[in-house]
Write a protein that binds this ligand. Structure first.
Ligand SMILES: Nc1ncnc2c1ncn2[C@@H]1O[C@H](COP(=O)(O)OP(=O)(O)OP(=O)(O)O)[C@@H](O)[C@H]1O
Ligand SMILES: [Mg+2]
Length: 189
């Protein structure tokens, strides 16, 4: 999200990810952005696997601390061989089903499509780097930002975005399920 990139820095420190306001970010705005991210993490964490997030005080400022999902790989980095693994395909399908539930139950759609590096990757869910696969084969949403306004069902633009994204996710799930069925693995959702 632009506001986040400008006002908030994201850095990895050991097995943690820290998000904190840049020095030029006015304190009330910094608190608002961090609080918005925390709310997003809580909202999505009720339905989806989200890497745990907490807000801690640091002097007069605050820092959002998130567990780094170690050795995890963003979906966009998965190789063709990795995507040929039926359990990986299944884990991705399960995650997409949870995203759909998230929209239905909370009225919010997490930013599972970001970040978009090329225009032709818009609405291509497997090109996201906000969703990662860990070594035990589970998918996690690691980026809980970019959803302050634009991803809420109250907004017509968000409803259009959700319709396009959920359509893309369903097509992706069908393709992965078909690939599993062709490889002799049934659909286990
Ligand atoms: N907790 C985490 N565990 C594992 N990987 C992470 C974690 N947080 C971030 N990453 C990796 O670092 C990348 C950048 O982090 P993030 O998506 O939160 O910020 P960003 O992409 O810079 O911001 P934006 O998507 O809003 O432009 C993620 O896409 C993900 O691949
Ligand atoms: Mg991101």
């Amino acid at each position: 999200m632009l506001a986040r990139g400008v006002w908030i820095t994201t850095e990895r420190r050991g097995n943690l990810v820290l998000r904190q306001p840049n020095w030029w970010c006015p304190a009330p705005l910094g608190r608002l952005v961090l609080r918005t991210l925390l709310n997003g993490a809580r909202r999505f964490g009720s339905v989806l696997p989200v890497s745990p997030v907490r807000l801690v005080r640091r002097g007069s400022s605050a820092v959002l601390v998130q567990r780094y999902v170690s050795a995890a790989r963003p979906l966009r980095r998965l190789t063709v061989n990795e995507l040929a693994n039926p359990y990986t395909r299944l884990a991705i399908c399960r995650f997409w089903a949870a995203v759909e539930r998230c929209w239905q139950e909370t009225g919010w759609l997490p930013d599972v499509g970001g970040r978009v590096y090329f225009p032709w990757e818009l609405y291509v869910p497997l090109r996201t780097d906000n969703v990662v696969l860990d070594t035990s084969g589970e998918c996690w949403l690691v980026d809980v930002g970019a959803t302050a306004i634009f991803h809420c069902a109250r907004w017509p633009t968000a409803r259009l975005h959700a319709a396009l994204m959920l359509g893309a996710i369903r097509r992706c799930s069908v393709a992965l399920d078909c690939a599993n069925a062709a490889a002799g693995y049934g659909v286990i959702l």
